[in-house]
Design a protein around this ligand. Structure first.
Ligand SMILES: C[S@@+](CC[C@H](N)C(=O)[O-])C[C@H]1O[C@@H](n2cnc3c(N)ncnc32)[C@H](O)[C@@H]1O
Length: 227
């Protein structure tokens, strides 16, 4: 376990304890009750713990990182009583999810889009596993995100803005945490038949959005059928 993993896990579970994770779900009016739910890029399972309180029918978390999954298993066990819905955790990575088409009513994917190499391919895969009429909730970072690091790490904001410029000019994510534009995410979602319904921002830094959340609904009719 690296220092970064340890501090990420501590912070994620602190936000859970202080109700911040629940507030993010509430801001998008998300309730998992009775639903088949998938959390992609679940990290140490913080969002899964919040979702489990709603008593979903099925709760699955996937992540590419075995260290997060391992710590997630023990944190989840400590926090979720045996009577609640215990999530299944699997190692898998976007853009290849090991689930059949239309398997879930709700797919969440928080703070993972900044890590995937191709937004469009990743969003298409998230939509594939969602049932028609199902809800997709994603989040990512805007231009205010690097500014949060100004005091602590002076070069980090510069590095991240450069990464953003490279991405904008070339479409290639060479450096992780490349900044995103939530409008672009919404345009991609619309083009694949997942209609954005709600957008929510917080943590504005110097007037710039640091983190955005989008809730979108998968159309009952496929975009191809509409053409
Ligand atoms: C910033 S953390 C977010 C964790 C959690 N969703 C949250 O909101 O706290 C990003 C997570 O995405 C995972 N991740 C990165 N690329 C991924 C991919 N291609 N497929 C699945 N998970 C991925 C990382 O391992 C990490 O756990």
């Amino acid at each position: 376990m690296t220092k970064w993993h340890r501090s990420y896990i501590q912070n994620a579970y602190r936000e859970l304890e202080h109700g911040i994770t629940r507030k993010q779900l509430d801001a998008l009016d998300i309730n998992a009750n009775g639903k088949r739910v998938l959390d992609v890029g679940c990290g140490p399972g913080n969002l899964l713990v919040a979702l489990s309180a709603d008593i979903p029918e099925l709760l699955v978390g996937v992540d590419v990182d075995a260290i997060f999954l391992r710590s997630g298993r023990s944190e989840i066990e400590k926090l979720i009583g045996k009577s609640s819905m215990t999530p299944a955790l699997l190692r898998a990575a976007l853009p290849t999810l090991p689930f059949a088409d239309a398997s879930f009513d709700l797919v969440t994917c928080f703070l993972v889009m900044p890590h995937v190499p191709d937004d469009s391919v990743a969003l298409t895969e998230l939509a594939r596993v969602l049932k028609p009429g199902g809800v997709l909730a994603i989040s990512g970072h805007g231009f205010g995100f690097p500014l949060r690091y100004l005091k602590r790490f002076r070069l980090k904001p510069l590095q991240m803005y450069l990464a953003s410029l490279i991405y904008r000019c070339t479409g290639k994510k060479w450096i992780r945490n490349t900044l995103q534009n939530d409008k672009k995410m919404c345009d991609i979602l619309e083009s694949i038949g997942v209609v954005p319904e709600m957008r929510h921002y917080n943590r504005k830094v110097l007037g710039c959005v640091a983190t955005y959340w989008i809730k979108a609904i998968k159309s009952e009719v496929s975009p191809k059928a509409m053409q």
